[in-house]
Design a protein around this ligand. Structure first.
Ligand code: A3P
Length: 316
């Protein structure tokens, strides 16, 4: 069965339907195996478009992540850091006070879903900030820009993903999500290949790919905001440090603050994903898996992940 969509002009529907598929909970589009990754069906043509036509600029910044690993937080932190001259983090009119972080950072998958979206992206002034869940393999042009990748301890990712899907399907058993993740067939999975792709790129090009961990961000958000600012070429000046700008950004983007804002309490993810937006701000801690997984489940996923990431030299 083909895993590639080779012909530029072939009907995408025919090509997608020829790819191996895997089911997802009702209401979510099923998955297709494309280029080694299980992508939501709708996003396969997007991956093809990205591979063929994404033209990064050297000062572009792409926030990349596996779903439920801290995307919303890193989008907010990166946006607040890069936009701080136009929008001081302590300012009463900051966009993050009235918009969900995802509304502040264009989603590559949405833009590459149509030629009009691609044109919108091309028209954005530099430096552009974008977000994606795509594996690095889908962004061959990603080598030409800066990528901020955030990963998360996989057991916590599973629990977060389960809670997220439960907002649509309250009866969904954790075991279903767990098995899907362990087998690799989960949206944008296998998760270990997603992580390993960006990890290897960050080792090869530390100036091009910043590899962050959700748990370390929780431990030292200010230190990571400084690192982020240096990475995107906008280090904090002494005057900014003295004025407490780093802490203003951390506070603006903190879980406790974002969760209380109207923009994050109301509305839904988008038309295609009718999950309430407050699902993006559930608990915001590390280690919640102990409250949901059996020790056997934990051991099994730990073993799979350790085995798969051994070659890359990465541990959780
Ligand atoms: P939990 O479900 O464990 O609470 P994503 O943004 O990639 O969808 O990830 C969502 C996870 O990040 C959720 O985890 C959510 O609570 C957490 N999160 C969202 N905003 C956060 C913030 N500002 N600080 C810390 N965690 C945050």
């Amino acid at each position: 069965v083909p895993e590639q969509l080779p012909e530029e002009h072939a009907d995408p529907d025919d090509l997608v339907s020829a790819l191996p598929s895997a089911p997802r909970p009702k209401g979510l589009s099923s998955l297709r195996l494309y280029d080694g990754f299980w992508l939501p069906e709708w996003s396969v043509p997007v991956a093809v478009a990205l591979q063929r036509r994404f033209e990064p600029r050297p000062d572009d910044v792409v926030v990349a992540s596996f779903p439920k690993c801290g995307t919303t937080w890193v989008n907010a932190l990166t946006f607040a850091t890069m936009a701080r001259r136009a929008h001081p983090a302590a300012g009463a009119g900051h966009p993050l006070l009235r918009l969900n972080p995802h509304q502040c950072v264009p989603f590559l998958e949405a833009l590459f879903g149509s030629r009009r979206g691609e044109a919108r992206l091309a028209a954005l002034p530099s430096p552009r900030l974008m977000n994606t869940h795509m594996p690095l393999a889908m962004m061959p042009g990603g080598g030409g820009c800066k990528v901020v990748y955030v990963c998360r301890e996989p057991k916590d990712m599973v629990v977060s993903l389960w809670h997220f899907h439960r907002r649509l399907h309250p009866e969904l058993p954790l075991a279903d999500v767990f098995e899907a993740v362990c087998g690799g067939a989960v949206g944008y999975g296998p998760v270990w290949d997603h992580i390993a792709g960006y990890w290897s790129a960050s080792a090869a090009r530390p100036d091009g790919v910043l590899f962050l961990r959700y748990e370390e961000l929780l431990r030292d958000p200010a230190g990571h905001v400084r690192e982020l600012a240096r990475f995107v070429g906008l280090p904090f000046s002494g005057a900014e440090e003295d004025a407490g700008v780093v802490h203003d950004i951390v506070n603006l983007c903190s879980f406790g603050h974002l969760k209380t804002l109207e923009a994050n309490k109301t509305g839904h993810m988008n038309a295609g994903l009718p999950i309430p937006r407050d699902a993006l701000f559930r608990k915001g801690v590390a280690g919640d898996w102990v409250n949901h997984m059996t020790p056997e489940m934990a051991r099994r996923l730990d073993d799979i992940v350790a085995d798969k990431l051994h070659a890359a030299g990465l541990t959780f």
